[in-house]
Design a protein around this ligand. Sequence first.
Ligand SMILES: [Ca+2]
Length: 210
Amino acid sequence: MRGLTTKILSSVRELFGAESQEKLSGAEILGLLEKQYQANRLITSTAVAGLVIFLTIAALFPFKDDLFSILYQKPSSEATTTINLVVNGNFEAGNLIPWQGGDQIALTKSPVHSGFFALQTSGAAASQKIAVTPGKTYSMTAYTTQGSSLYVLDSSSQIITTSKWQEESEQNNWTKVSFDFTAPSNNITLLIGSQETTIIFDDLQLFEKN
Ligand SMILES: [Ca+2]
């Protein structure tokens, strides 16, 4: 990317007839662009502003190679879409909508993995139905006080999640649960909780993978 910076700066010098020099300062570039703009109206003021910002950063930024690598970073094939398909999966709505589960599920303020609220299930399960695309792969993550108590059901209420199941112990007794699965139908149901014990959940996320 250093080569790109040099090329752009040398193009600017050629375009505006700047004298040969090692480096143009941001102020010099600005002056040249303004001069060109006023003289010929070849480029719009918006383009000038954008170009000035870009070139100023490029010319002056001490870590410009790092900057360019950030600007031009492409998402990896493992990247997922950014929409969490679980509604109110962190329970920060301050209510249980749209979770189903009756009187034996409730918000709790302690412990929480994030924010102010988590979900406590006491001898019951909470559930949420989510629309998905059949054949697509989805990535599920959640934090629980007992990891093996999270299931994904298909539209016939059959458990479909066993692939790539991982549990990682976290601090304060939180366990991260993560796994991928392929949607078999146009909706799935998240089922969390246990009939035997009290379990707390927080930060449930479901992403469609690319
Ligand atoms: Ca939370």
